[in-house]
Every structure is written in C-alpha cells, then in structure tokens.
Design a protein around this ligand. Structure first.
Ligand SMILES: O=c1nc[nH]c2c1ncn2[C@H]1C[C@H](O)[C@@H](COP(=O)(O)OP(=O)(O)OP(=O)(O)O)O1
Ligand SMILES: [Mg+2]
Length: 202
C-alpha cells in the first residue's frame, strides 16, 4: 500500500514551538505539509509510556483521533551517562510538572556540578511516529540519536530546551550556537525526519 501523500495535510502532534519549527523546515523541503495540533484544538495527550516509542504513539494517536487527519508525533529527550540515562523520557518534566526549559536546564547543571568534563557525555534521542489514522495498526517509526557532552554553563540563544548546554564536540559549539539548517543536518530529529521522509515518499 502506498504511503505517499500527494499534498494531504498531516497534523503535527506537538505543542513545542521549537520542535514544530524544526520539523516544518525539513518537511517543507519535500512538500509534506504539516499543521500543528493547536490549530485543530487537539487536547494535550498524557505521556504515560515508559519508552519514547510508546509516548510518540500516544501523542500521534491522540492528534489523529481529534483531528481526523494523519498525524506525526515526536517524543524526544536527553540521556546523560553520569545520571544513568536520566532525564530521558522525563526530560520535559525534569524539574517538575509543567517546568520551563530554563528550570530543567538549571536542574541538570546543578545535578552535574561535580561531574568532570570527561564524564559529561550525553545524547539526544528522538522517535518519530506517523499514523495514517487513529487506529492505524502499522505505524511508521523512525529514530535518531545525537552524541555530545553537557557544558558547565549555557551558551547560545538558538533552538530550545537543553540546546544551550549540549556541546557538539565535532564543532566545539553548543546546539544553541548552530543555525537551524546545521542543527537539522546533525540532530537526532533531523536524522529521524530524513528516515521518515524516505518512508513517506516511498
Ligand atoms: O533538539 C532538542 N534540543 C533541546 N532540547 C530538546 C531537543 N529535543 C528534545 N529536547 C528536550 C526538550 C524537552 O525537555 C524534551 C522533549 O520532551 P517531549 O515530551 O518529547 O516534548 P514536549 O513536551 O516539549 O512537547 P510535545 O510533547 O508536545 O511534543 O527533550
Ligand atoms: Mg511532551
């Protein structure tokens, strides 16, 4: 069965403006049209899963159900080796329910204050899920991971979330010091999106 869209709108199951910007930018290049779920009055899904995959499916299904459209969801987070993978799937609520990006980032810096540079390795994970409709039994699932290190102080003003404290070692720049195209070329989300594009357009 073909998965191609021939211009059909896909709802993007995210309330995170930073994610929406990055995903719109990459998918526009291949003429896949997405609209954020806010435009359809989709209520926020409860992220009760224990894996990125489960949470992405929950979010995509919720958006597909309320909008009647195909849906893409992104569940992502930062795994810090010195914290045995935390905050992971809990990255958005690390400093508590409804925490701001700034509060989450400050908590992470505080938790790592005694961890030396060589032990500050980390990676961003991203899982994207595409559902043709709310009951789609064969979701497309694509992932990406981006290796880096946690800085001691924030640097840069681009991006969102933990970007100001995520060092990209090959460039010696934080993720918040990258322009949007460079971040999309390297990031966990960019990797997952290119895999999803291939499958959607296959
Ligand atoms: O490229 C990134 N650059 C910086 N930080 C990032 C990135 N990618 C994920 N993150 C962080 C943000 C948030 O703390 C968590 C995602 O949580 P996650 O539940 O997937 O998203 P969210 O609640 O912000 O929006 P939504 O669920 O509506 O898509 O990981
Ligand atoms: Mg979320």
């Amino acid at each position: 069965m073909t998965r191609s869209h021939s211009g059909e709108t896909i709802v993007l199951a995210s309330n995170n403006a930073g994610k929406v910007r990055e995903i719109e930018r990459l998918l526009a290049e291949c003429h896949i049209h997405i609209r954020p779920q806010g435009e359809y009055g989709v209520p926020e899904a409860e992220e009760t899963g224990l894996t990125f995959v489960e949470n992405a499916i929950l979010k995509a299904r919720n958006a597909a159900r309320h909008s009647g459209l195909p849906a893409i969801a992104d569940d992502s987070g930062l795994e810090v080796d010195a914290l045995r993978g935390a905050p992971g799937i809990y990255s958005a609520r690390y400093a508590g329910p409804g925490a701001t990006d700034e509060a989450n980032l400050r908590k992470l810096l505080a938790d790592l204050k005694d961890v030396p540079e060589t032990e500050r390795t980390a990676r961003f994970q991203c899982v994207l899920v595409y559902l043709r409709h709310a009951e789609d039994p064969t979701p497309l699932i694509c992932r990406g991971a981006w290796e880096g290190c946690i800085l001691f102080e924030p640097r840069g003003t681009n991006g969102f979330g933990y970007d100001p404290i995520f060092l990209v070692p090959s460039l010696d720049l934080s993720s918040a010091e990258l322009d949007p195209d460079t971040k999309n070329r390297l990031s966990h989300r960019g990797q997952a999106l290119r895999r999803l594009q291939e499958q959607l357009l296959a």
